[in-house]
Design a protein around this ligand. Structure first.
Ligand code: DGJ
Length: 449
């Protein structure tokens, strides 16, 4: 039975790690085609295919910095890379929040592909940045005669003059296609109806949730209702996902309700696919410490009264269209800090903030309850967080290791049972401060999904 394991890299049928992130999925002639980011060298968009979503065959790098270009009938910018561009420096990569992986040139994110019946062509839309920062905020289009061939790049542009970052495509049952992307520095989500050939925008039809700063849109239609999954904007860190619904794409959308848990189980939406009667959510588990360790998570979606949800599953069994999922008990946690930007780690003595990295054992903690108090054990060193804000060996009953967890709306506050002071992050270090000095949102304990 094909089993998809969440949180692990996918090994393709050639034995290589699959690099296909921010992906879109297209069903074509009995195959699922996955198009996604491959940032290595001069590659930009990779394509894999599968019959069961578990065994993936590498097909092509469909877009590279050296792809053929063709003028569009609207004015676009055809540049993909400066002449003879070489590898990015660590500084250049850091400017876009990444490690140096590829060559200097266009930063292509979230590619999505649709088949256009009217022209018989496959059309790719994507997010384009110049590779130096995120200020271009453009979409770009590429086109191909075959699903997994070499796409011809038709250039980048600002749709209807708008900024355009995280994006998706949606094709309705009547063939009408929509491009949806974050605009106005991510404050708004804009829906565009595409021209009949899918190559450009016909009309800006909707501005959704103005001022709510949403990213990572994915559209699903189930039983005549449209659902849009989105995330908040926290760079490469996961956050609480959201879902809204409407009975027409161009109609009135509901408010955004929570989707998944406070980190969407450490993922950000990128696509969804229906297998048999079940929709599968596809999310990126970005690894901010090492982008190449990012993995893909698939979780079955449950629909209920105009909304939908997901639960965590370690394994998803995909058996001839019937999907079952299973999850183990998880006791390890990471401590996510206010603002969702960093996590609490330790070198076995001091406690300090670190960038999220799923392979980093220094970030794993265990919560223990003792006589109504909380103890925080650093898993790698086996030591406990003391009221001095360091790690130490803990003898039974010592009150300097006992904490009270005060749960607030935006996380927990840890107050020492010994000193009454609360734990606060100051720069990269933790300090203990009088409770009344606190001015932060609190800690969130996230299971090690
Ligand atoms: C979040 C977006 O969803 C990703 O596609 C990427 O643009 C990162 N931000 C960059 O920080």
């Amino acid at each position: 039975m094909p089993v998809y394991i969440n949180g692990k890299p996918v090994i393709d049928t050639d034995g290589n790690i699959m690099h296909c992130h921010g992906a879109g999925i297209l069903e074509h002639e009995g195959w699922y085609y996955l198009f996604g980011e491959d940032r290595r060298g001069r590659s930009r968009v990779s394509c894999y295919r599968s019959r069961d979503l578990v065994n993936w065959e590498f097909r092509n790098i469909c877009l590279t910095l050296d792809s053929a270009t063709k003028r569009h009938y609207v004015r676009t910018d055809l540049r993909l890379a400066p002449m003879n561009s070489g590898p990015m420096t660590p500084e250049e990569a850091a400017a876009v929040g990444l490690q140096p992986i590829g060559h200097r040139g266009a930063n292509i994110e979230r590619p999505k592909v649709l088949y256009c019946e009217a022209t018989g062509k496959f059309v790719m839309w994507m997010h384009f940045e110049n590779g130096r920062d995120y200020n271009a905020a453009r979409c770009a289009v590429a086109v191909c005669d075959t699903v997994d061939g070499d796409y011809v790049y038709m250039g980048s542009f600002n749709p209807v003059g708008n900024m355009s970052r995280d994006c998706t495509l949606y094709k309705d049952e009547d063939g009408t296609a929509y491009f949806i992307s974050s605009a106005r520095d991510n404050a708004d989500m804009i829906v565009y109806r595409l021209s009949e050939d899918y190559l450009t925008v016909a009309e800006q039809v909707k501005t959704l949730w103005p001022g709510q700063f949403r990213e990572a849109p994915v559209v699903i239609k189930e039983k005549g209702r449209y659902y849009m999954l989105t995330s908040q904007c926290t760079g490469w860190n996961p956050n609480q996902g959201g879902v809204a619904s409407a009975d027409a794409i161009e109609g009135r959308w509901s408010a955004i309700r929570p989707f998944g848990n406070e980190t969407t189980f450490n993922t950000q939406p990128t696509a969804a696919v229906k297998v048999g009667d079940t929709w599968l959510y596809i999310g990126d588990r970005w690894d901010p410490s090492n982008y190449l360790n990012s993995t893909i998570v698939m979780l079955p979606i449950k629909f209920d009264g105009g909304s939908c949800s997901i639960d965590w599953a370690d394994e998803v069994n995909i058996d001839g269209g019937k999907i079952t999922a299973s999850a183990r008990e998880i006791s390890d946690v990471r401590v996510m800090l206010p603002g969702c930007v960093e996590y609490l780690g330790s070198d076995g003595y001091s406690v300090f903030t670190r960038k999220l990295g799923y392979a980093d054992p220094a970030l794993i903690w265990q919560r223990e309850e003792r006589d109504g108090s909380l103890l925080l054990r650093h898993k790698e060193s086996g030591k406990y967080l003391s009221c001095e804000g360091i790690l130490d060996n803990c003898r039974d009953g010592e009150s300097r290791f006992l904490w009270e967890e005060l749960r607030g709306e935006k996380g927990s506050l840890l107050v020492s049972r010994f000193s009454g002071k609360s734990l606060l992050v100051h720069g990269r270090r933790v300090i203990l401060t009088d409770a009344e000095d606190r001015h932060f949102e609190g800690y969130t304990f996230v299971k090690n999904y």
